[in-house]
Design a protein around this ligand. Sequence first.
Ligand code: DGJ
Length: 722
Amino acid sequence: MRKSVIALLFAAVLSAQSIEYSAGRKTWLLKTASNAYALGVNQRGELQNLYWGGPLWRFDDIHAAQAGPEWSSFDPSQSQTNEEFLGWGGTRYLEPSVKITRANGVRDLVLHYVSHKIDGNQLDIVMKDINDDIFVTLNYLVYPAEGMIRKQAKLENRSGQPLTVESLQSGVWYLPHGEGYRLSYLTGRWAAETQLTREDIHTGEKVIESRKGHTSHNANPWFAIDQDGAANEESGRVWFGALGWSGNWRITVEQTPYSQVRVTGGWNTFDFSYTVKPGESLETPPFYGGYSNHGFGEASRMLHRFERTQILPGGGKARLRPVLYNSWEATEFAVDEPGQKALAEKAAKLGVELFVMDDGWFGKRNTDHAGLGDWTVNPQKFPRGLTPLIEAVRSLGMQFGLWVEPEMVNPDSDLYRAHPDWAMHFPGRPRSELRTQLVLNMARDDVKEHIFSVLDKLASDYPIKYFKWDMNRPFAEPGWDGAPDQKELWVKYVRNTWEIFDRLRAKHPGLEIESCSGGGGRVDLGILKRVDEVWTSDNTEAFDRLRIQEGFSQAYAPKIMSAWVTDVPNMNGRSTPLKFRFLVAMQGALGIGSNLNKFSEADVQLATQMVAYYKKIRGTVQEGKLYRLVSPRIGDVTANQYVSEDGAQSVLFAFLHSQQYRKPAPAIRLAGLDPKAVYRIQVLGQNDWRTFSGAYLMNEGVTVRLAGDYDSTSVLIEKAAN
Ligand code: DGJ
């Protein structure tokens, strides 16, 4: 009964208008199945945020916008008014949404409401400076089923003089007035990306950002906020958001002296400057936001579903990710035709579906000191070109993928010798190398066209299904010989790079792309519109991966989380059993990166069984609902459960990693099941099935028999026929 009422309400929300407007109160209400958002125009003509939280059914509950009080000359009204998009002007001292300088030096910008337009799930609100013809249009796109709202801003210069934009943010999110909020965010470094970090929000600003030119390993453009530490995985109010930008970004979490928390996000203002001439406009990347009444777990599931249906190429119809083999950890740069063929034969026997040859196949690429930029097949390693290898891979029933790093150049390369000016640099200054490579200035259209033609030729000459697109260093000396507006490089670089992804996909419709930047250095909702999966981390050590994957899954779908089984000891010298490594990697898009030439018969047998098991459950893992049951940050055990969208299949993964002598693993209470339904469950490696009600499995749980560090198990759970 309860379920059908919820279903009816859900259907009602979806069929009703997602955007309503009250002309009398100059208020807009944006509605989704799981939350609502409201804004209005106050008595001064400023656009003001009014609500962000749980679903509302009564428009009348939203009070009309009212400018805040002026307490003293030091506490002006504009510091206590939740302006939806704040021009830097008048008595505004909060983090601005837009800051400009006119050619005549005047910097004051005060935006007032002009007009609006509702078109289906989109709302455009036009604001204008009180004097000049400088317009800002705020665009809102509501995703009613997914519970998400997209914000974007466009500045138009219809005044007679050029403007220098020093900040143009994508949007601002306001939390309900009050204090005691807690911020969750993702930090890290190379080989230790997406570490979940939580801290209380206090008065002042907390900035998470990238100044490195790419999205970066050090922080990821996602946030989640709860209040009084009250949310956990499955309960409590959580406000969250993520930016779609693959370059310098910034999220500023600010608590004002007046107990108001606001989150501003968009292009990083660091070294930012963009000239908008008369008649021109500048549009920001998107800032997505959502709200959940059901904890961090539900917030993540909302994002996962949103990414699968609205962001990733294919819009929900994309195929399940194939089991992939990647040669990097097995061979590094020592790739050649016989070696790759031998690995391919072994991979195919395990059930691998996509064989990817990594770095080393081109130019003079024998180490990382040379070759980047010269995208022609190395004749010593592949005297007959790539075709014989690709044919062999395809005749083994696998698709072929190829590693590229198009944005980079080694000084020891023909490309650099021909075009030293194409590398990012400041004239007369040293060019800082990292991994003996320089970054090509992708903001230049000639560089962009060259890179497009290189990749287009590869995709045209060979039946390549998949590019692993790498980027192995951040920017340095972001200069641009001769360009008048040097700082625009930060933005134009990303736009031109994205354009190449888009053009390649349009011209080669079956082509898939992986985003890699030395691991997870380029993962964001902008690149995800253009790629099918991402390389989560260069750290493939399975225990470390549990934490990396926990953090990754806060914001990003398991479907895109590429995870390989590799050899041990790895990275930090730890040796985990092969089964443990497989079960860790199976929680995303499974890949294998081991040197298969070293696999024993027993390894081959176990790997074959594991790949077969993964294929049985991958629909649930990749496109189901993830419940993070026990966190690797907390105790001896990590447990994650996935439930298929239709509820018919579920799978549990459990890992023991720091057991004290004879301390039994706890019973693991499952989630996301129907308490009234009966389920049959089977432990991986055992033949018998046992049946339990959903109620029992969620209240009492499953006792997993794990003994000793790095023991692991998986349990298959299937809804029994009624
Ligand atoms: C960094 C990537 O993350 C690795 O997987 C591998 O592709 C190397 N680059 C190759 O240079």
